[in-house]
Design a binder for this molecule. Structure first.
Ligand code: ADP
Length: 150
């Protein structure tokens, strides 16, 4: 059976922390689908299509990586694309509490789906999309946090 992992997130923006999780997961899976969640009730800082393009650009030399946009329940989307694994990253105990809850909810909704949590590389653990947004909003340079040029 092909091992397909779904890596869902807001990715507003996609950071070097996210990139690290994807690159390290490539040894575990045959295909990794990075899926940007489109939550119509939540407004974004970086437009969806723009972020999709930038993530694609970052993985242009990684044939196992696909990039998509999805709407609705992650567990349903995993079924739609035939993903048997859900990939997420863990930075700290706050992430753990959150990931623990959604992992169990997803397992209830789709019992076939196994969540795989990778611990963040320590040098990237402080990077968060919200910090990058704040720095960018006030004119700071965010190049060091992103795997692509804005
Ligand atoms: P969501 O809104 O679904 O939490 P995010 O885009 O914030 O989406 O994060 C997607 C996943 O990436 C989450 O599992 C999150 O814990 C993880 N993540 C975020 N930042 C980092 C980082 N610096 N290193 C590793 N994983 C990270």
């Amino acid at each position: 059976m092909k091992r397909i992992a779904l890596f869902p997130g807001s990715f507003d923006p996609f950071t070097k922390g996210h990139e690290d999780i994807v690159l390290r997961s490539l040894g575990l899976f045959d295909e990794v689908v990075i899926a940007i969640g489109n939550n119509s009730s939540k407004s974004r800082y970086f437009p969806l299509d723009y972020m999709e393009m930038k993530i694609k650009e970052s993985f242009i030399y990684q044939p196992k990586v696909k990039v998509t946009i999805f709407e609705g329940l992650t567990s349903n989307y995993a079924k739609t694309i035939g993903a048997n694994f859900l990939l997420r990253g863990l930075r700290n105990t706050t992430d753990f509490e959150y990931e623990n809850t959604i992992c169990q909810a997803n397992k209830f909704l789709n019992s076939e789906l196994e969540t795989i949590l990778l611990i963040t590389s320590p040098e990237l653990a402080y990077i968060s999309s919200s910090i990058v947004r704040d720095i960018h909003k006030y004119g700071g340079n965010v190049d060091a946090f992103l795997p692509y040029k804005l």
